[in-house]
Ligand binder design. Structure first.
Ligand SMILES: [Zn+2]
Length: 76
């Protein structure tokens, strides 16, 4: 599974940064938008599942499935 990632042409960090629409999410416990930490929850065949945790109270404020977008490679 890791071998797939190595084929990625662009820097992964930049890609994932763009994917995350917000670095802050609403935390129901803090009752405000809070900075979040992401934690790898599951590694699925279709992508990695991340969980977002509130930086202050560590409440889970959301999950995200980072799809492994593999470019269609056609032999031309
Ligand atoms: Zn919180």
């Amino acid at each position: 599974m890791n071998a797939k990632r190595m084929d990625d042409p662009g820097p992964k960090r930049q890609d994932s940064y763009q994917e995350f629409d917000a670095s802050e999410l609403y935390c129901p416990r803090c009752r405000q938008a809070v900075p979040v930490r992401q934690r790898l929850l599951l590694v699925l065949p279709e992508g990695d599942k991340f969980e977002y945790l509130c930086e202050y109270c560590s409440t889970s404020v959301g999950t995200k499935l980072a799809r492994v977008t593999k470019p269609i490679s056609l032999i031309v």
